[in-house]
Design a protein around this ligand. Structure first.
Ligand SMILES: *Cc1c(COP(=O)(O)O)cnc(C)c1O
Length: 380
């Protein structure tokens, strides 16, 4: 291809929030108005909570006002103290919630293939102060849940998963929420399933579910008893109503994203130095992100050059996750943050690029993104 492709007339971003027909949302809101009940376990909240428990295959599910507060309170309920082993290859919220709980994050290098915590490296980081592992199913790629479960039994530690990218992920047909002591989901507008802002915790442990529900409502058990120092993490009816409508469009959006991903998978892999990040055949994809890795030695172009040049085609990709959490000023002085201790994560963070992925992009949009990438790489 020698002729420069057209690119897009308007900016194309890495995602576009799912927006259901407005009438469907206003119909839900009419019921909220009728009830004159806006928050504190309202009808929409309760309906969404049980619908999501079903959808995600969770024994118990608790809704929160966002994913970060869900993680914060999960750390409290699970009594994380001392040190918790986590990945640097994630969104900053994962690390921040440990800090906010007075816990020292211990960064563990990632596995080259899964890009999630390397269980062998994690085991070497366990000390008498270690109380848990906070793993991230990054891009919806499951952590090595078997190996991490073995660490949990062997060392008597707890496991919390950040599944912000993994709504709908399954391993051999088993929902991702079934692993670990608890699993956090985010329903932020950038996530496939969303309620503008929102989040939740899945668990099979009844006591944890009770703690989650107390913690998100100031620790209030009844009119006269406050049983723990909780905060306000409640999802309100306006959010929950949007969640209910969006849930009814989830399957269609997931399928539309699969069609976009199919174009990428078929047309990108033969470009020298460009490799699509693929999930194993036994994993159902969440379709949260589509990632390529740029090997600059083979492609002749660095990831950052590709990222910049795509902007001239009105394609705005994201370098998820660069820099690593361990490279940010607030964490870089931790001994586990030294780049030489995180060689895989450091290298991978310089190679990854998230391409636009949302149903409305369509096959035509995906083809245009590929044409731009091919043109840029061929010019090298
Ligand atoms: C989005 C996200 C969060 C935070 O969720 P919010 O609902 O925005 O608070 C945490 N971890 C990861 C990996 C995320 O992508």
């Amino acid at each position: 291809m020698n002729q420069k492709p057209d690119g897009f007339d308007n900016p194309v971003y890495v995602t576009r929030p799912m927006l259901p027909p407005l009438e469907e949302y206003t119909a839900q809101l009419a019921e909220v108005w009728q009830s004159a009940w806006l928050t504190n376990s309202g009808a929409k909240h309760n309906a969404l909570e049980s619908a999501l428990a079903d959808k995600l295959g969770a024994a118990y599910f608790s809704l929160f006002n966002n994913g970060t507060s869900a993680l914060l309170m999960a750390c409290q309920a699970m009594e994380f103290t001392g040190e918790v082993i986590t990945t640097p290859f994630t969104f900053p919220a994962t690390t921040h919630v440990l800090h906010w709980n007075g816990v020292t994050p211990v960064f563990c290098d990632i596995d080259e293939e899964t890009l999630t915590i390397d269980p062998a490296a994690a085991e070497k980081l366990i000390t008498p102060r270690t109380t848990g592992i906070l793993g991230v199913h990054v891009y919806g790629m499951p952590c090595d849940v078997k190996a991490i479960d073995a660490l949990r039994s062997r060392h008597g530690i707890k496991v919390l998963y950040d599944a912000a990218h993994a709504f709908g992920t399954e391993i051999d047909g088993v929902p991702i929420a079934k692993f670990g002591d608890a699993t956090m989901f985010s329903f932020h507008a950038t996530k496939l399933f969303h309620s503008a802002e929102g989040g939740g915790l899945a668990t099979a442990d009844r006591e944890l579910k009770c703690s989650f529900d107390l913690l998100k409502n100031f620790g209030i058990r009844n009119e006269t008893e406050v049983v723990m120092p909780g905060i306000n993490g409640k999802m309100n009816e306006v959010q929950a109503a949007l969640g209910l409508v969006n849930l009814s469009h989830y399957d269609a959006e997931h399928a539309a994203r699969q069609r976009v991903a199919q174009v990428y998978l078929e047309r990108l892999d033969d470009i020298p130095g460009i490799k699509c990040f693929r999930l194993p055949a036994n994993v159902r994809s969440s379709m949260q992100y589509f990632i390529i890795r740029v090997n600059s030695q083979r492609s002749g172009i660095t990831r950052d050059e590709l990222y910049e040049r795509l902007k001239t085609f009105n394609v705005f990709t994201r370098r998820y996750f660069y820099p690593l959490c361990s490279e940010h000023e607030c964490y870089r002085t931790l001994s586990s943050a030294a780049p030489e201790r995180l060689p895989v994560a450091t290298r991978v963070s310089r190679e990854v690029l998230a391409l636009p992925l949302y149903g409305g992009l369509g096959s035509d949009g995906a083809n245009k993104v590929v044409d731009a990438i091919r043109y840029i790489c061929n010019g090298k």
